[in-house]
Design a protein around this ligand. Structure first.
Ligand SMILES: [Zn+2]
Length: 549
């Protein structure tokens, strides 16, 4: 026995991926008062075992630092699970069956809501209102798609919102129309709001329920911390503050406060106030979300050169810059000087470049800073910009689950990019150029299961087409250890959670226990591995009977 008091928890006999700088391995670790007090061989932790220490034999299974999701929407993921959840279904008929059943079992709901359909399941990516009218004729239906950039609505919803053939497209969006101009039932980007603004508000209780549900689900997947990619004062932020002030927020959360694109510098003072007032318990409001563009599938992603048409000829459409790049040249240096992190959404190569240019303006004005700006999504990066991630100290925040051949990619993206399709999701090139790589899911857009996402980073083939499809741009595959580093140390860096992300003496005991040796590649696909226990500061926030069984 040491002279110190004994450990609360000791794990032995495992394959512990410490993810420290040298990527060392250990077989055992000991935790006391929430921190790792020893890590190494089984013998090295023996002296920390006392009469009340919980000791678990890992039997060769992998332990990793707790996963951290660098871009996720847990309140919305939770809400979707409370409503018409279409993410797990495929095809028009399956979607309509879920909507019909939800309407039948929720006769009191004034609106039918939820979402998660895939554009790939409809001709041209645009579903029609008549289909929804057949299952819900009397109540408005409003269903955003999987990526949240388009919505499927019924006729009742369009009537209620007064959207007709005469309604002009808003400047930041588009109403899908028949040849006579009448709306078909799909609304893109800013046009979603024509109907969406009539939706009843989510009550604070709805949002708290959703966050509880989202948190439980993410813990069950080994996730101990995340960055919420959009927090607004009256919705997500209110839910985080409510849970945090009651001690119910077990995850560590960084909130990325939504930059309202219709406003300018005047909102910066509000961010300063919110950061001071709303950072409670494990919640910190220290990041600002800058939504630079849309998505490629509906041609709202901002491209340097125009999209091609269906015959491969250039159009005059280069997508949308959602935030004025000239304004950003002055706003970003101010945010950086005030210590705010910039969290960019950038899909097209022009959006990525405008993000990097804004950070460059901040670097020129302020010199180096520790704000750790990051660009999420990074679907198309112009080759000239890859090296700038390192030189400007910008982390690449990848959503690897999208890096594969699937319907939206093959039918709605590649044909309209031409040769530029090869610039998509260049994870290995970013690593080779020295960029810091973080990862996230964008749940509820995609599965929040980090093991499935790591499989795609390594294989570039989706888990539902294993062995059937070619990898997407196989030269951009990365090694499992690099994918794991991105989901642990890389995302911890982006989250400024420097006491987490690796398993080392003195660090917080945030960790995940898997059901197998993850690095034994004979053990099946990476995404088939399961989490059996998740700990935050040494306390179990998820535990499956298989953990000790
Ligand atoms: Zn997102």
């Amino acid at each position: 026995m040491t002279t110190e008091s004994p450990a609360d928890l000791v794990l032995t006999g495992g394959r512990i991926a410490t993810m420290d700088a040298a990527r060392t391995w250990a077989s055992a670790l000991a935790v006391r008062a929430g921190r790792i007090v020893a890590i190494g061989s089984d013998a090295a932790v023996q002296e920390h075992i006392g009469p009340s220490t919980r000791v678990v034999d890992l039997r060769g299974r992998t332990v990793t630092p707790g996963f951290q999701d660098a871009h996720v929407h847990p309140v919305h993921g939770g809400l979707a699970r409370l409503r018409c959840e279409l993410h797990d279904a495929r095809g028009r008929a399956a979607y309509l069956a879920i909507v019909a059943e939800h309407a039948r079992s929720h006769p009191d709901e004034a609106w039918i809501r939820g979402g998660g359909w895939s554009m790939d399941d409809f001709p041209g990516g645009t579903p029609r209102r008549e289909d929804l009218d057949r299952v819900v004729p009397d109540r408005p239906v409003y269903l955003p798609n999987r990526d949240g950039h388009s919505a499927w609505v019924n006729t009742r919803a369009l009537e209620l919102a007064g959207v007709t053939a005469e309604t002009p497209d808003p400047p930041d969006g588009r109403i899908e129309r028949d040849p006579d101009g009448s709306p078909t039932g799909t609304l893109h980007e800013g046009a979603m709001d024509l109907v969406g603004r009539f939706e009843p508000d989510d009550t604070p209780a709805d949002l708290e329920d959703a966050l509880h549900l989202g948190q439980r689900y993410l813990h069950s997947l080994g996730i101990t911390a995340w960055q919420d990619a959009i927090v607004r004062p009256e919705t997500e932020e209110r839910a985080y503050v409510a849970l945090a002030s009651r001690g119910e927020l077990t995850a560590r959360v960084v909130g990325a406060m939504w930059w309202e694109r219709a406003r300018g510098a005047e909102q910066i003072d509000e961010f300063v106030e919110r950061r001071a007032a709303m950072s409670i318990g494990r919640y910190r409001a220290t990041s600002v979300k800058l939504m630079m563009d849309g998505v490629l599938e509906n041609f709202t992603g901002a491209m340097i050169d125009p999209y091609l048409d269906a015959d491969g000829r250039p159009t005059d459409n280069r997508g949308l810059s959602q935030i004025d790049p000239d304004g950003l040249q002055t706003w970003l240096p101010r945010l950086d000087a005030l210590g705010f992190q910039a969290h960019f959404h950038a899909i097209g190569d022009r959006a990525v470049r405008e993000s990097l240019d804004a950070v460059e303006a901040a670097r020129v004005a302020n010199g180096p800073s520790d704000t750790r700006p990051h660009i999420a999504h990074i679907q198309v990066i112009h080759p000239d910009d890859i090296g700038r991630f390192r030189t400007l100290d910008v982390a690449a925040n990848a959503q690897p689950y999208w890096a594969c051949h699937e319907g939206q990619m093959d039918n709605l993206t590649i044909p309209f990019l031409g040769d530029r399709w090869r610039w998509q999701y260049p994870f290995r090139s970013l690593r080779a150029a020295g960029a810091v790589l973080a990862m996230g899911s964008d749940w509820s857009v995609s599965t929040p299961n980090p093991l499935l996402e790591m499989e795609l980073a390594v294989e570039r083939v989706s888990d539902d087409s294993r062995g059937r499809k070619e990898p997407l741009l196989p030269d951009e595959r990365i090694d499992l250890v690099d994918a794991l580093a991105a989901f642990t140390a890389g995302s911890a860096y982006v989250n400024h959670l420097d006491d987490t992300g690796t398993l080392e003496v003195g660090k917080l005991a945030d960790l995940a226990v898997l059901d197998r040796d993850l690095f034994d590649r004979g053990a099946g696909a990476i995404g088939e591995a399961r989490v059996v226990a998740t700990f935050v500061e040494g306390t179990a926030v998820f535990e499956d009977p298989a953990f000790e069984g």
